[in-house]
Write a protein that binds this ligand. Structure first.
Ligand code: NAP
Length: 247
C-alpha cells in the first residue's frame, strides 16, 4: 500500500502546528489525506496559513485552535471542540515546545516551570483529553516530540533537557498502558533542525559534533512522523532524527 494515501479518513491533532516542525508535520499528514487540527499559542495568522496549505494539499478539512497546552481546562475544551468540528481524533502529535535557556545556578523558578508546563505537562494534558476520542475510534497513534537534549543532556538547558527526558518516560508508560486498546505511542528525538527555535544556532560550534555535518530540515522530522503514523507494530520507540548526534 502507498503510505501517502494511508491517512485518508484519519483525523490528526498537531500541537505547535503553526510553525516549524509542527507545521511540516501538519502539511505532511494532510498530503497523506488526513484532516488536521492545528493547535497554536498565539500566532493566528501563521496557523491559518498552515490550515489553508493543508486544505489545498488534500481537500480534507483543516481547522486551527488557539489553546495553551499547559492549561488543563483549555485543553479539555479544545478536545471537545475538535470532537464537535472534526468528529474525533486518531493521531496526536505533542510537538508544542518552548525554551528558556540558562545556567542551572542562575535559572529562575519561572524559567523552569514554564518549560516543564508547556513541554511535559502540555503533552500530558493533550494525551489525557484526546485519548478518549481514540478509545471511541478503537485506534490511536500518539507521537511525542522529544529532543536529543533529552537523551544527552545539554549544558544551559537543564529545564528543557528534563522536560524532553520526561517526555520519553511519558511515551513508554503511555505505550504500555494503552497498547491493549489499540493505541500506540512513540517519540521522535530531533537534533539540530532549522526553525525559529534554532535561528540563533546556525553557526553554533556544536554543529561540528553532528556526524552528518549539517542541520536537519522540518521535512526530515515530518518524514519520521509519517513513518510512525503508519508503523502499526511499533510502540514505545524513540526515533532519533539528528544526523547521528545522539548515537
Ligand atoms: P518553533 O518553531 O519555536 O514553534 C513552536 C510551536 O509551538 C509554535 O507553533 C507555537 O505556537 C507553539 N507553542 C508554543 N507554546 C505553546 C503553548 N503553550 N501552547 C500551544 N502551542 C504552543 O519550534 P520548533 O523548532 O518547530 O520545535 C517544535 C518541537 O520540536 C518543540 O517541542 C521542540 O522542543 C522540538 N525540538 C526542536 C528542535 C529544533 O532543532 N528545532 C530540536 C529538538 C526538538 P505560536 O506559533 O502560536 O507561537
Amino acid at each position: 500500500m502507498n503510505c501517502d494515501s494511508r491517512l485518508i479518513g484519519k483525523i490528526a491533532v498537531i500541537t505547535g502546528g503553526s510553525r516549524g516542525i509542527g507545521a511540516a508535520i501538519a502539511c505532511k499528514f494532510a498530503s497523506m489525506g488526513a484532516a488536521v487540527a492545528v493547535i497554536y499559542a498565539g500566532n493566528t495568522e501563521a496557523a491559518e496559513a498552515v490550515c489553508e496549505k493543508c486544505r489545498t494539499l488534500s481537500g480534507a478539512n483543516a481547522i486551527s485552535y488557539r489553546c495553551d497546552v499547559s492549561d488543563f481546562t483549555a485543553v479539555k475544551e479544545t478536545a471537545a471542540a475538535i470532537r464537535r468540528d472534526l468528529g474525533g481524533a486518531h493521531i496526536l502529535v505533542n510537538n508544542a515546545g518552548v525554551t528558556r535557556d540558562g545556567l542551572l545556578a542562575m535559572m529562575t523558578e519561572e524559567a523552569f516551570d514554564t518549560v516543564m508546563d508547556v513541554n511535559l505537562k502540555g503533552a500530558f494534558n493533550m494525551t489525557r483529553h484526546i485519548t478518549p476520542l481514540m478509545l471511541r475510534a478503537k485506534e490511536g497513534c500518539i507521537i511525542n516530540i522529544s529532543s536529543a537534549s533529552g537523551l544527552l543532556g545539554n549544558a544551559g538547558q537543564s529545564n528543557y533537557s528534563a522536560s524532553k527526558a520526561g517526555l520519553i518516560g511519558l511515551t513508554k508508560a503511555t505505550a504500555r498502558e494503552l497498547a491493549s486498546k489499540g493505541i500506540r505511542c512513540n517519540a521522535i528525538a530531533p537534533g539540530f533542525i532549522r526553525t525559529d527555535m534554532t535561528a540563533a544556532q546556525e553557526d553554533s560550534p556544536l554543529l561540528a559534533t553532528v556526524p552528518l555535518g549539517r542541520m536537519g530540515s522540518t521535512e526530515d522530522v515530518a518524514e519520521a512522523a509519517a513513518y510512525l503514523a503508519c508503523a502499526g507494530y511499533v510502540t514505545g520507540e524513540v526515533l532519533r532524527v539528528d544526523g547521528g548526534l545522539a548515537m
